[in-house]
Design a protein around this ligand. Structure first.
Ligand SMILES: CC(C)(COP(=O)(O)OP(=O)(O)OC[C@H]1O[C@@H](n2cnc3c(N)ncnc32)[C@H](O)[C@@H]1OP(=O)(O)O)[C@@H](O)C(=O)NCCC(=O)NCCS
Length: 430
């Protein structure tokens, strides 16, 4: 191999995938820090994203076999960061380029005081059992937890708090550090703003580890942070509010067990009886969240009069929007989506006419923006103010050709049908 290729390949061997090199672990007690596998330890997890810390390539330069471990105490969320590697580049071999300062990058982004040593972290772990969740208990429930080996019952609690609860501000600063690793375009909120409401999920565990159906009196149990959501009370003219769900997170070791669904139910319960609330919206929902929301909203709406099977078959009407908004605080756009999900569920797809009527209804909605552009263009044409050349340009740039439009509609429809089918299946299982 020529000298420069050798250099290049040595150089490349010092580039690590940040999402693989970083691992995050919640620790309930200090014996989980020993090298022995611990039965009840919460599984460590890798970030989904790290581009906001390590750049678009999500890579860290300068180390071989890099292992960065971010420990959180499970209740109080005290933090310790450890870093290990088998080799690190020297400035001499890279013409002065230094290895990335991983610890500093993480420390700065998280804006968090980290424990200075593992001993300090361990000593703080002994105080974990003193932790009492902030705010008001909103929900308390058990889940049958299935793993490959066994099934256990685990206990969870959801609390609601705001920034006026003493101590919660500092706690929120620690909770929000998870966002960088699990949400694509994360950002910290302005927590000084009192219009934020927080909902926090914990697992409640017995002193020996898992909750496992045998909790002690409260003094002996410990809490483990599971996830949280933030909701902003937007003002709606003239005297209503429109709470908007902004951040919504369940940590990976607890995902796909129904906790996100439960958290969303809790948020709805919190606002649904408040007469000042007009409806609840969601900021920039991810696909995973959209599925949870579709499921919860469809499950709730199916009980409403306006969404009875007879009415669904007559097509979308404003009563659906009104009842979903007044009874469940669901906004109109989402109510329309729920209508389509529930109508799809009761559509006999072996009946060609019935199936076609459903498809047409969805495609008409999808096509509405195109229709508007065509009408706007026709208005321009009627004005007779523009020369044909200009009109042709407007037509070409704003209205796609019929064939293109039909193809796109078909594709959009198929994707939607798949999403609806998924929700219908989940509804059938629930
Ligand atoms: C979106 C998010 C909050 C969902 O939380 P969650 O706790 O996994 O949600 P649930 O468990 O209620 O539902 C998720 C899935 O688990 C499935 N599930 C629920 N209980 C289950 C069980 N006992 N066994 C197997 N699967 C189950 C649900 O059917 C659902 O499946 P689907 O995604 O295929 O539709 C979580 O994935 C997350 O935090 N993601 C990263 C951050 C993010 O995207 N946040 C949203 C920003 S708007």
């Amino acid at each position: 191999m020529a000298g420069s290729s050798l250099m290049k390949s040595r150089f490349e061997s010092f580039i690590c995938d940040a999402n693989e090199s970083v691992a995050i672990q919640l620790v309930c007690s200090d014996n989980e820090l020993d090298n022995e596998p611990h039965n009840h330890a919460i599984k460590e997890f890798n970030p989904e994203f790290s581009h906001q810390l390590f750049g678009d390539n999500e890579s860290i330069f300068g180390y071989s076999d890099l292992r960065v471990k971010l420990y959180y105490s499970s209740a109080k969320l005290n933090c310790f960061l450890s870093i290990g590697f088998t080799d690190k580049v020297t400035k001499d071999e890279t013409n002065g380029i230094e290895a990335d300062d991983v610890v500093d990058t993480i420390r700065q982004k998280l804006s968090l005081k980290l424990c200075s040593s593992m001993d300090e972290f361990r000593s703080l772990l002994s105080k974990e059992s003193q932790f009492i969740p902030y705010g008001k208990l909103m929900d308390s429930f058990s889940i049958d937890w299935k793993t490959d080996e066994k099934q256990t019952k685990r206990h969870f609690e959801i609390y609601s708090a705001d920034i006026l609860v003493p101590g919660f501000d500092a706690y929120h600063q620690r909770m929000q550090t998870f966002l960088w690793w699990l949400i694509d375009a994360a950002s910290y909120i302005d927590a000084d703003d009192e219009r934020w409401q927080y909902f926090v999920v914990y697992e409640k565990r017995s002193p020996n580890g898992l909750s496992n159906g045998h909790l002690h009196s409260d003094a002996h149990n410990t809490y483990c942070f599971v996830g949280y959501a933030t909701v902003y009370r937007y003002y709606a003219y003239p005297q209503r509010i429109r709470p908007r769900i902004s951040q919504f997170l369940v940590l990976p070791p607890f995902q796909k067990c129904g906790l996100g669904t439960r958290l969303l139910h809790t948020i709805y319960d919190f606002y649904v009886t408040d007469t000042a609330v007009f409806d609840i919206t969601v900021e920039d929902p991810s696909d995973n969240f959209t599925r949870v929301r579709d499921f919860v909203d469809s499950k709730n709406c199916q009980k409403l009069n306006a969404f009875s099977v007879d009415k669904l078959k007559l097509g979308w009407n404003e009563d659906m929007a009104t009842e979903a908004q007044t009874r469940l605080k669901i906004n109109k756009r989402q109510a329309r989506r729920v209508y389509e999900i529930l109508r799809f569920r009761c559509t006999d797809r072996s009946n060609a006419d019935e199936y076609k009527a459903f498809r047409l209804g969805v495609k008409q909605r999808l096509n509405a923006p195109n229709q508007k552009q065509i009408l706007d263009y026709q208005k321009l044409e009627k004005l007779k103010k523009f020369p044909e050349q200009e009109l042709a340009f407007i037509r070409q740039t704003t209205i796609p050709a019929l064939e293109v439009r039909l193809d796109l509609l078909d594709k959009q429809y198929k994707e939607l049908e798949e999403e609806y089918q998924h929700i219908v299946e989940r509804l059938a299982e629930s």
